[in-house]
Design a protein around this ligand. Structure first.
Ligand SMILES: Nc1ncnc2c1ncn2[C@@H]1O[C@H](COP(=O)(O)OP(=O)(O)OP(=O)(O)O)[C@@H](O)[C@H]1O
Ligand SMILES: [Mg+2]
Length: 226
């Protein structure tokens, strides 16, 4: 079972967009993903509900909901076929919740917009992941997605320099694209769209999905099985 957490306490950085598109990608691969939504805005869950019944199924769990008479473990149970869990997290996470949400994660993905404010917020988030959640760089579990990027812009270059200093990899660089908006309105991911524009976006996802295919890393897997 692979667990992928999409996280950045900064609002609007693309967490839900990445989480829903990952769920769509793994559903096409027949991995029966579960999308856990920890954000009370419920955007990921709404996206799952919008999804047509003819599409490969994605199991959604509204973790933010506390239903009377339903135990937590019952609420969080996974379907038998599920091979991967994707976690969408809310903005403005404090240290305790950061720790709670990243526990047992094989990969933590941090989408960052290339603006000075967002880069500053991301640096705090990554420092907390390293310090509070005790993730070591050597484990290579944290990857950054540069989202809504115009490559020649100065802020993109400073994002690259900043991550270089931290030795955190940029696992994908995604452009600003209407495909994400269109897909999100229909309960789809870009991998399910059939347009030339979406194909260009899908290409940008290849480095991300290859990086994820290497997780859990063999060392982590061995430790988990010991
Ligand atoms: N690469 C992209 N191209 C175009 N639009 C994008 C892209 N990434 C995200 N968006 C849009 O930006 C907005 C914010 O994205 P999203 O909801 O995924 O962010 P978030 O981090 O989940 O926000 P919140 O912190 O409020 O949960 C959405 O309207 C989404 O469609
Ligand atoms: Mg969101």
């Amino acid at each position: 079972m692979q667990k992928i957490v999409v996280l950045n306490p900064k609002g609007g950085s693309g967490k839900t967009t990445i989480a829903t598109n990952l769920a769509s990608f793994y559903s096409l691969r027949q991995q029966h993903p579960t999308l856990m939504d920890f954000d009370a805005q419920g955007s990921s869950i709404r996206w799952v509900q919008m999804r047509a019944e003819t599409r490969p199924r994605i199991h959604g769990i509204a973790v933010y909901e506390h239903r009377p008479g339903v135990t937590r473990s019952f609420q969080l149970r996974l379907p038998a076929q599920c091979q991967c869990v994707i976690v969408d997290t809310p903005a403005a996470l404090d240290s305790n919740r950061l720790q709670e949400m990243t526990r047992d994660a094989d990969a933590v993905i941090v989408p960052v917009l290339p603006s000075d404010i967002d880069i500053h917020a991301a640096s705090r988030c990554i420092s907390e992941l390293l310090r509070v959640a005790k993730m070591h760089r050597s484990e290579n579990r944290i990857g950054v997605i540069a989202n809504r990027v115009q490559r020649r812009k100065r802020t993109y270059q400073s994002l690259i320099r900043f991550l270089d200093k931290l030795s955190i990899p940029i696992i994908a660089t995604l452009r600003d694209s209407q495909s994400y908006l269109y897909a999100s309105e229909c309960g789809l991911g870009i991998h399910e769209l059939d347009s030339a524009r979406a194909r260009a976006d899908v290409e940008q996802w290849q480095s991300l999905t290859s990086w994820l295919d290497a997780h859990p890393a063999p060392a982590l897997r061995a430790a988990a099985q010991a």
